[in-house]
Design a binder for this molecule. Structure first.
Ligand SMILES: O=P(O)(O)OC[C@H]1O[C@H](OP(=O)(O)OP(=O)(O)O)[C@H](O)[C@@H]1O
Ligand SMILES: Nc1nc2[nH]cnc2c(=O)[nH]1
Length: 177
């Protein structure tokens, strides 16, 4: 069923069950890749809160979690500026870090964050993202774990918002054309 958020209409895009299946597969891969280690997951708020929760529920080894909060999107577009409202507040030095992101669009947010993260001298850094738009990527990022590659469309649901609304939706929706 199509939905309305503010002044826009959205149509169903990726169903909850497909999202959960991909996240379970990524969690299984991460559990294998980090066996015997203790990764530090860093979740990019706000959008990544569902992805983080569901991924960690299926990760089987020891791990730690921390949160940062960056914002660059306004309405349907990137503002071109990245603002930090919650920075790194844990010791990163020599840790095996896995960044958890809901979506990579231009890649600007993650590029800015990676620069800051590297100053803390992590032992290793990998990136897991639920969604990526390869056509719109403007920064040289190669995520290690990807849920879905999608075209250049505006998505809401499962943590992603349109001006604050839609984060609570269990499925992903795309802007009607
Ligand atoms: O690759 P980019 O073009 O930088 O876009 C991706 C970023 O946009 C969204 O965040 P947003 O700025 O909407 O903040 P939010 O997570 O609080 O929704 C998303 O969570 C990513 O962090
Ligand atoms: N809600 C939402 N936020 C984004 N941030 C970057 N791309 C998107 C998108 O398609 N939808």
């Amino acid at each position: 069923m199509n939905i309305s958020l503010h002044d826009k209409r959205f149509e169903p895009y990726i169903k909850e069950v497909a999202i959960q299946n991909r996240i379970s597969a990524i969690a299984e891969q991460l559990s294998d890749d980090y066996r015997g280690k203790r990764p530090l997951f860093i979740s990019m708020l706000n959008g990544a809160f569902w992805f983080t929760a569901d991924l960690l529920k299926s990760f089987t080894g020891d791990c730690e979690i921390s949160f940062v909060k960056y914002r660059s999107y306004q309405g349907l577009q990137s503002s071109g500026e990245v603002m930090q409202s919650l920075g790194i507040d844990v010791d990163i030095k020599d840790r095996d870090v896995v960044i958890l992101e809901d979506i990579i669009d231009t890649g600007r947010t993650l590029s800015v964050f990676l620069e800051i993260l590297m100053q803390h001298q992590p032992g290793s850094v990998k990136i897991a993202t639920l969604l990526i738009k390869p056509e719109t990527l403007q920064f040289p990022l190669v995520p290690d774990y990807v849920g879905f590659e999608i075209p250049n469309d505006f998505i809401v649901g499962y943590g992603l918002d349109y001006d604050g609304l839609g984060r609570n939706l269990r499925n992903l929706y795309v802007l009607e054309k």
